[in-house]
Design a protein around this ligand. Structure first.
Ligand SMILES: Cc1ncc(COP(=O)(O)O)c(C=O)c1O
Length: 394
């Protein structure tokens, strides 16, 4: 009999009932150190008092109002994002997938309104993940996502990860845009080299096409800059953001330059819940925290410490781990053993990690995790790896 919750996830046998900072408490009372943060969502940890206050204060005032009216919290959050990024304008969504939908629509509408309705094609990269909607799976293109869901939305193609020349070769007079995650998350914590990101920008400029960054997973301080592309100094025309921006409350946003957004006039797009007062009140509190002068310095310092300890972990367990990769607090342990087994064995040691493609265990802790918690995390991963090594020898 089908479970009452549609079984699209194979879930771990864990039920978390409470969160405190970097810790999640299981129904049986065990305390798990959270190195997943809901897959890069809880940037300020669980039950952060500042976010709880922002949400509860707003909850006592106004939960929902239609986008037919001005929404103060939405305006404030848009102003903060415009002030701190490349963008001139923002549209709020409830998820990364919805941000992908709009990014695709925006790119196509841009060309339509410039008199080139034939420019609809979007070039992406293998291993990408842009969400589970029809546009999202078509943009990523992998069989794992698209199998059985045809006919796919047409107009998408993928080139091997990081292959700028292959992207260049695909550009034609039908191309609307290139879409890329500066650091692939689901694809296995694979950062694009700064030089490649710059080359993509130069390529798009030369061809006169739009560049879309998907920073749903790597954005909002995750890599030690507000957005990952800032490390390369290569800026998009359109950017998808979600996950961290709501700190755990469902919120996404598409950011764009004035030119890229020029086709999106009144009536061309909308959302009942997107940019609602609750989500945006929390989003404002997240933005205020991550743009505090010392916040990203602390993330970078912690990331350096964590990475150093993880290099030691890999060196100590060469039969389990191959290497550490990633950027900031978006790190991956490439494994010799099955990454899913490492994640499951971690549960025995009360540490939560997340599997990814390319046999990588993702480490995406809250950005405000303490040094002590990071040390504790590494000792739990060490215990996990020791158990796995022992079982390999059995
Ligand atoms: C890079 C990227 N884009 C898009 C999405 C889709 O976001 P959501 O699950 O909020 O729809 C994800 C989710 O993992 C993601 O990692």
């Amino acid at each position: 009999m089908i479970p009452s919750v549609l079984p699209t996830y194979s879930r771990a046998p864990l039920t978390f009932v409470k969160g405190e900072g970097s810790w999640m408490i299981e129904a049986d009372g065990r305390r798990f150190l959270d190195l997943g943060a809901g897959i890069a969502v809880n940037v300020l940890g669980h039950a952060n008092p500042v976010l709880v206050d922002a949400l509860t204060e707003q909850a006592g005032k106004l939960w929902h109002v239609s986008n037919l009216y001005n929404i103060e919290q939405q305006q404030s959050l848009a102003d903060k994002l415009v002030a701190t990024t490349f963008a001139d304008t923002a549209f709020f969504t409830n998820s990364g997938t919805e941000a992908c939908e709009l990014a695709v629509k925006m790119a196509r509408k841009y060309w339509n309104d410039k008199g080139h309705p034939e420019r609809v094609e979007i070039i992406g990269f293998e291993g990408a993940f842009h969400g589970r909607s029809s546009a999202g799976i078509a943009a990523a293109g992998s069989n794992k996502l698209t199998n059985g869901f045809g006919p796919l939305l047409p107009g998408f193609a993928q080139v091997p990860w990081g292959d700028v020349d292959a992207a260049q070769a695909l550009i034609s007079d039908k191309t609307a845009a290139v879409i890329v995650e500066p650091v692939q998350g689901e694809g296995g914590i694979r950062p694009l080299a700064d030089s490649d990101l710059k080359a993509l920008r130069a390529m798009c400029d030369e061809a006169g096409i739009l560049l879309i960054f998907d920073e749903v997973q790597c954005g909002v301080g995750r890599t030690g800059r507000l957005f990952a592309h800032e490390w390369a100094g290569a800026y998009p025309d359109i950017m998808m953001v979600a996950k961290g921006i709501g700190g755990g409350f469902p919120l996404g946003v598409v950011l764009a330059t004035e030119d890229a957004a020029s086709g999106m006039t009144a009536g061309t797009h909308g959302s009942t819940y997107g940019g609602n007062p609750l989500a945006c009140a929390v989003g404002c509190a997240v933005m205020d925290a991550v743009t505090e002068p010392s916040f990203l310095d602390d993330v970078n310092r912690r990331a350096g410490l964590f990475r150093q300890k993880l290099e030691g972990l890999v060196a100590a367990h060469p039969d389990v781990f191959e290497s550490v990769r990633g950027s900031g607090l978006m790190l991956g342990l490439k494994c010799h053993v099955a990454c899913g087994d490492v994640v499951s064995a971690g549960y025995e040691n009360e540490v939560v990690t997340v599997p990814a493609a390319d046999n990588v265990v993702r480490l995406l802790p809250p950005l405000n995790i303490t040094d002590k918690e990071l040390s504790e995390a590494v000792s739990r991963l060490d215990a996990t790896a020791s158990q796995m090594s022992a079982s390999l020898k059995d």
